[in-house]
Design a protein around this ligand. Structure first.
Ligand SMILES: *Cc1c(COP(=O)(O)O)cnc(C)c1O
Length: 391
């Protein structure tokens, strides 16, 4: 028999949190009061009106057989209407909207549909690790595009070597950004589309956090003139509605790219449970419902408390305009792994070392505002005591 695992699994980037994970489990086993700001998973419940709709929909026998491959027509139409209202972009619900088992599923399968083995996929550094894995599974090469900390963590297009530009056929973007919490302006997307057009590189923009903004609505890349010719955008209900466990998201944009992705999906899954799609219609119809918007108020209060506290400690943090992450600069001369280790060893606080998102994340740690504000206050108190950020 061949040795396991298959070669492609060995090509995945190493999992860098083994040590942090082990320490976290040890601390928990020892009964220590661990505060976990590591996982980007909402601690708030799904708004009750969505749960109610789901409960009804589960009883509807029409939802019991295999769902339709590309998603229910009602849901795709509702998404197209919402997109027109939100972004003034018109989408054909038949060809330009595709329902996914969470956006990660679509992000992970897309290269199988649009990239040939040996071609290059550009991934942001720092970035969500799934982009690179997706490219590797498709037999593609990957190349990093550095995000520039001095330019709002926007891609440094100028630093992509010319041979890489020529071999690249797909690039991932992610704004609002995980892990940096940076937001892109429409002009940034215009530059990306221009770059893609010039070098014949298709674009997959991950907009999982577009609805998690504290001031105004971040743009859609499809608002850029002609972007629909080469770009798709991934949206998710996971973070917006605190429904990460439900597994539903969608992709919009270029019809050919989406047709390819749908074909891949037809061969590996049989669609999203109809009841979840019914609940998603309800959710999208009530994007501005008080129970949804008040979740952002909760994250805002935590963010403000955390950022003010960290600044008082001497830590350099930018108050994020979107996402539930805060991207914190490590103390001078201390790398992200050492910073995270010390916080865990000496304060029982779990943060994610930036290096886990690529070399471009070195020198930072990511904190997720997914714990109650009292616990955020306790976190800051513990960090203050260490005096590791200077004050
Ligand atoms: C959470 C997250 C997603 C969303 O994943 P789902 O599969 O929709 O739950 C996608 N991209 C990024 C960068 C994320 O952080």
């Amino acid at each position: 028999m061949n040795p396991l695992p298959a070669d492609r699994l060995n090509k995945l980037p190493p999992y860098l949190f083994v040590e942090i994970d082990r320490k976290r489990r040890e601390a928990l086993a020892a009964g220590r009061d661990v505060i976990d700001l590591g996982v980007g998973d909402p601690d708030l419940p799904t708004p009750p009106f969505i749960v109610e709709r789901m409960a009804q929909a589960v009883r509807d026998e029409a939802n019991h057989p295999y769902p339709l491959g590309i998603g229910k027509p009602e849901l795709r139409s509702r998404i197209a209407e919402w997109f027109a209202e939100r972004y003034c972009v018109s989408l054909d619900p038949e060809r330009e909207v595709l329902i996914l088992l969470g956006s990660k599923e679509g992000i992970g399968h897309l290269p199988l549909a649009v990239v040939n083995p040996g071609e290059t996929v550009l991934v942001p550094d720092p970035g969500y690790p799934v982009y690179r894995s997706a490219a590797i599974f498709a037999g593609a090469e990957t190349a990093s595009v550095r995000l520039n900390p001095n330019d709002r963590w926007q891609p440094e297009w100028g630093t992509v070597p010319s041979d890489v530009r020529k071999s690249a056929t797909l690039m991932y973007l992610n704004y609002p950004n995980n892990p940096t919490a940076a937001v892109a302006e429409l002009a940034d997307f215009e530059r990306a589309v221009e770059f893609g057009r010039e070098y014949h590189i298709r674009i997959a923009q991950d907009a999982a956090y577009n609805e998690m903004s504290f001031d105004g609505n971040p743009p859609s890349i499809l608002q850029v003139e002609g972007a629909g010719e080469l770009a798709v955008e991934f949206h998710s209900l996971s973070k917006t509605f605190a429904m990460t466990g439900w597994r539903i998201g969608f992709a919009v944009g270029n019809a050919e790219m989406l047709a390819g992705l749908a074909k891949v999906k037809n061969n590996v899954d049989s669609g999203t449970f109809g009841a979840i799609q019914d609940a998603a219609v309800e959710a999208i119809e009530h994007m501005d419902h008080i129970e949804v918007r008040s979740q952002m108020d909760v994250y805002r209060e935590r963010r403000d408390e955390f950022c003010a506290g960290m600044r008082a400690c001497g830590c350099d943090v930018q108050v994020p305009r979107a996402t539930f992450y805060v991207w914190c600069k490590c103390p001078a001369g201390v790398d992200s792994m050492a910073t995270a280790s010390r916080l865990l060893d000496e304060a029982d606080v779990v943060l994610i070392p930036g290096i886990g998102f690529g070399p471009g994340g070195e020198g930072y740690v990511r904190a997720a505002m997914t714990i109650p504000v009292e616990r955020i206050r306790e976190t800051v108190k513990r960090i203050e005591r260490l005096k590791m950020f200077g004050r």
